[in-house]
Structures are given as structure tokens and as C-alpha cells.
Design a protein around this ligand. Structure first.
Ligand SMILES: Cc1cc2nc3c(=O)[nH]c(=O)nc-3n(C[C@H](O)[C@H](O)[C@H](O)COP(=O)(O)OP(=O)(O)OC[C@H]3O[C@@H](n4cnc5c(N)ncnc54)[C@H](O)[C@@H]3O)c2cc1C
Length: 498
């Protein structure tokens, strides 16, 4: 049996590896000149490392971590302390610092620590805005799923002044490239529960090198050493369908390729362009038109001296950037001279039409405002990356449009971070999960065997298992106490009247 994999990003290479492991011959067709898609990197004309974008890993990426372990590259992720720095105007730094305490004490400690120095909004608004995140732990999975129909801003508005969202906005923007008023509450609660659920999961890992360097070459080696073929600069231009099956794909070089199985790992915006028109008679494929692109840009700035000593992620609000890191501290063995800021610019809807220089000017002006010791003339070099950017926009209601990996065409499967997963709304874990799911489905559909590649992330915190019953018990106890108090008050008042 042979398979065509369309796209050589993380889901494409993982799918190719999984299929090879099942004994299927694989050919990967990638339109770009490099592999890795959005999680790639390269060196520029000066030999400097350019990441497609700053990527961070979370401990809940259990399937990605298993995949890296299988390839022997798990040590290519460097895990950092359980801290997130809020860099605010005038050089003020506030730290969301998680301590090794049982949940929820770890979160109470972290927010108290943040409040010591956080200045953007009054403290009570930060506390009120944190309540909806806590809500995630108290609701059943089903209820959290239903919150896909409202935005994060709507949810917060039920509990707190909207201004309270300021503290969450950089995280929301950095993860989804979408403002809080347009992002599904379910998506953010899910993320909050996985990351903030315990002190050990509230941390990030960084690539120990270029984002692509840490995993792409090893995947290529794995695929080619098992007879898999990889074709770069070979875009798939159309998909031919006959009698409910994919018959062939047409390539940019004019070639037509037939296979038994076809795996698309192309983003939805591209896949819907190359499917034949009759596909859209099926609701499954019509759903692809619900996907909107949430644009981002990636900015790297090299300074001629050290400008910070922080080796974890920074968050900033009201700037063109939201999540960033000084890689000279994160990876001192690689960035040896001066500081290097790697910054995600998002939501970038209002930026992408602007010239590079203007975008840099906006960013450096805001950096000078946040870090008073940094001056524009310390910049040695900067690079704006526009290609391979963006994710799909997780609007409220989008979860129901994410396609399941098994398509209605019997030999076509879809993988990619936008396809339906239990893990997150896009991101690298979703890419790997979807590639694993495709292999599970192929094994079931074509080999009649059940394999389980995906594992479910479980919060190890014992408190979280009992959080709901304990909270409901406390609430009922409080309600009974309040009821007794009012009953006594009423009966006493009534007594006086008679
Ligand atoms: C700025 C930025 C920051 C991010 N930060 C994080 C992060 O911190 N943590 C995290 O988990 N995730 C992050 N992500 C998301 C992460 O990069 C993606 O989820 C992941 O790389 C998606 O992999 P994929 O294989 O699904 O898609 P892609 O990487 O997009 O792969 C699709 C591939 O298909 C190829 N292709 C397109 N058209 C054709 C065609 N016609 N024929 C053949 N090939 C084609 C593309 O070139 C590409 O290689 C970030 C993304 C961006 C843009």
C-alpha cells in the first residue's frame, strides 16, 4: 500500500513517520524549499539563526513529547522555571510565579506574587478577571465545551469589569493571534486548565536551537532511511476525485501521482482551493470555508549588548507584540553576543499591510517605553518574517467546524493543527495528535487493527479530581448557612411585629 502526504510541516512529517511504521510506502510533497512549515528555521545571509516564529512547548504536549522521544530528540526542548514576566511601561516587571504547592495554593501564590508589582489595572480587577479561569476547574467537561459558543470577553464580563482582561490579553493574543472578544471561551478555559492546573505544568519549554533544527532533520532522516520519499518545491495543485474516492493529485511540475491513500496536512485555506468543486456538495468540505486566517508576524531584534537577564517568556499589553523572549538568556550557548529579542506580533490584522520599517519603528518605540534602558541605537540588526505565519482564528462556534480526520472520501484523511482534536485549538500538540489519529484510522480502516498512538493528558494534581465536588459541597454549606441566617432574621423580625 502506498500513500501521498501533502505538506511537510509538523503534521505532514509526523503522519509520514506513522504510516511508514505501519509498513506503508510514503511520498511527501511540500511546496516550500524547506521542511517544517510554520515550525521551521533557517540561517540568513549573515549566518544568523532565523526562526519562523518564537515557539514554546507546554508540559501538556504529551503526544508531541512522545513523538520527540521516539525520534530521540526529547532533550532538544529546554524547560524553564514556572515564571511568566509581565513587562510594563517605565521598566516595571511583575512576575506570575508558580511555586511547588498543591493546587489551588500554587495559583493563589502565583497571582499574589503578580499583584505585588502589577500596575496596569487595579488589583481587584485582576483578581475578579482570574475567577473565570478558575471556573474551568469547577465545570464539567460538557459545560466547558458549551462555552465554545461565547467569547472569552463575554465570559469575563459576567464576573469582572472588562478591563480585567488586560492581564490575560497578551497570553490570549500570543496563543490564538486573536483578541479576547473574538476568541472562544472554551478554547481559553481548556488551555488555562491544562497549563495553570498545577505548579509543574505552568511552565514553558524552548527549542534548544533553531525551531526547525531541533526536529526537522531527524524526521527527514527517519523517513528517508525507511524508504520514504520527500519532494521539496513540489506543490500539490489539484486533487482529482472519482466515485467518492481520490483518484490522483496534480503537482506544480505537471506530474500526476496516483496512490492508495491520500493525507492532506495543508492548512484549510489552501486545501479548499485545490479540492474539486463537487466536494463542496458535502457539508464536511463546506466547513473548510468557516476557517479564517488569524495573521501574525515574527520580529527578531539583535542588540549590541545585554539588555535583560530574564530567561523565560515576557508578556506585554497594548503593544504590537505580546509574547516574546530574550533568547540570549534562554539559549546563552547559542546567542553569545548581546541580547536577541524574538517577538510574536499578533493580532496582526492591522499590521500586515504596513511596510517592514514602520512595523519595526512601532515595536522599538514600545520596547523603549517598556525597558527605559534600551535605546534604538543599541539595535545591531532586525528581521521581520512574514512568510508561513498565522493560525486559524478560534472564533466562538468554530469547534463544531473543525473536520474529523476521516473524510467522506474513503481514501482521504486530513491532519493539521486545525482539524478536530481534544487537545487545543491549533498548535504543535494538535498537529501531532491529528497525525497520530490519521495513522490510527488508517490501521482500523485498511488493516483491521486497532492501534492507540494518542494518549490523553491528565493533571496529576489530586486536588483537581475533587475540586468540583469539594466546591459544590462548600457552596451548598454556605447556602444552607445563609438560609438559616435569613430564616432566623425573618422569624425574629416576625416575632417583634406580633
Ligand atoms: C507566529 C507563530 C507562533 C507560533 N507559536 C506556537 C507555539 O508557541 N506553540 C505551539 O504549539 N504552536 C505554535 N504555533 C503553531 C505551530 O507552528 C503550528 O500549529 C504547527 O506548526 C502546524 O503544523 P501543521 O503541519 O499543521 O501546519 P503547517 O506547518 O502549516 O504545514 C503545512 C505545510 O504544507 C505546505 N503546503 C502548503 N501548500 C501546499 C501545497 N499546495 N502543496 C504542498 N505543500 C503545501 C506548507 O508549506 C507547510 O509546510 C505558532 C505559529 C506561528 C505562525
Amino acid at each position: 500500500m502506498n500513500a501521498v502526504v501533502m505538506g511537510g510541516g509538523m503534521s505532514g512529517l509526523a503522519a509520514a513517520i506513522n504510516l511508514l511504521d505501519l509498513g506503508i510506502e510514503v511520498s511527501v510533497f511540500e511546496s516550500d524549499s524547506i521542511l517544517g512549515g510554520r515550525a521551521s528555521s533557517w540561517h540568513d545571509e549573515d549566518g544568523d539563526l532565523i526562526d519562523n516564529a518564537l515557539h514554546v512547548f507546554f508540559p501538556y504536549y504529551v503526544n508531541l513529547l512522545n513523538f520527540f522521544e521516539k525520534l530521540g530528540i526529547e532533550n532538544n526542548i529546554i524547560w524553564k522555571n514556572t515564571e511568566f514576566y509581565y513587562a510594563q511601561a517605565g521598566g516595571n516587571l511583575a512576575i506570575l510565579k508558580f511555586k511547588k504547592l498543591p493546587a489551588p495554593l500554587h495559583a493563589i501564590y502565583a497571582f499574589s506574587h503578580l499583584l505585588k508589582d502589577y500596575r496596569d489595572i487595579p488589583r481587584w480587577k485582576v483578581i475578579a478577571a482570574a475567577l473565570p479561569l478558575g471556573l474551568g476547574f469547577l465545570l464539567s467537561e460538557e459545560k466547558v465545551k458549551r462555552l465554545d459558543n461565547i467569547s472569552m470577553a463575554t465570559l469575563v464580563y459576567k464576573f469582572a469589569p472588562l478591563e480585567g482582561l488586560k492581564v490575560m490579553e497578551p497570553g490570549i493574543n500570543g496563543l490564538t493571534f486573536t483578541p479576547s472578544y473574538a476568541v472562544s471561551a472554551k478554547v481559553m478555559l481548556n488551555w488555562g486548565m491544562k497549563v495553570m492546573g498545577s505548579a509543574s505544568t505552568a511552565r514553558v519549554g524552548f527549542a534548544n536551537g533553531g525551531m526547525g533544527e531541533i526536529w526537522v532533520d531527524r524526521c527527514r532522516e527517519y523517513i528517508e532511511s525507511r524508504g520514504g520519499k520527500i519532494f521539496l518545491e513540489t506543490p500539490v495543485e489539484s486533487i482529482e476525485v472519482e466515485s467518492g474516492k481520490v483518484k490522483a493529485i496534480r503537482l506544480g511540475n505537471g506530474n500526476r501521482v496516483e496512490a492508495d491513500l491520500y493525507i492532506s496536512t495543508l492548512p484549510p485555506f489552501l486545501l479548499r482551493r485545490i479540492l474539486p468543486k463537487e466536494s463542496f456538495n458535502l457539508e464536511y468540505f463546506r466547513d473548510l470555508f468557516y476557517f479564517e486566517h488569524a495573521p501574525s508576524l515574527s520580529l527578531q531584534i539583535w542588540f549590541d549588548r545585554k539588555v535583560t537577564d530574564v530567561d523565560v517568556t515576557f508578556f506585554s499589553t497594548d503593544c504590537v507584540f505580546n509574547t516574546y523572549a530574550d533568547l540570549s538568556n534562554v539559549l546563552p550557548h547559542i546567542f553569545k553576543e548581546g541580547s536577541m529579542f524574538e517577538m510574536v506580533l499578533s493580532p496582526a490584522d492591522h499590521l500586515i499591510g504596513l511596510p517592514d520599517k514602520l512595523i519595526f519603528d512601532l515595536a522599538i518605540g514600545q520596547i523603549e517605553n517598556i525597558f527605559p534602558l534600551i535605546k534604538r541605537d543599541m539595535v545591531r540588526k532586525w528581521k521581520l518574517v512574514r512568510e508561513r505565519q498565522g493560525v486559524y482564528r478560534p472564533f466562538p462556534g468554530m469547534e463544531s467546524h473543525r473536520p474529523f480526520q476521516r473524510s467522506p472520501y474513503e481514501n482521504l484523511y486530513l491532519a493539521g493543527d486545525y482539524t478536530r482534536t481534544e487537545v487545543s485549538s491549533g498548535g504543535m500538540e494538535a498537529a501531532i495528535w491529528s497525525a497520530n489519529k490519521v495513522a490510527e484510522l488508517v490501521a482500523e480502516d485498511y488493516m483491521g487493527k486497532a492501534i492507540n498512538l494518542n494518549v490523553e493528558f491528565m493533571q496529576a494534581e489530586p486536588f483537581m479530581k475533587v475540586a468540583r465536588p469539594v466546591t459544590f459541597a462548600v457552596m451548598i454549606a454556605l447556602a444552607l448557612k445563609a438560609g438559616r441566617f435569613f430564616w432566623r432574621f425573618l422569624t425574629r423580625t416576625g416575632g417583634k411585629k406580633t
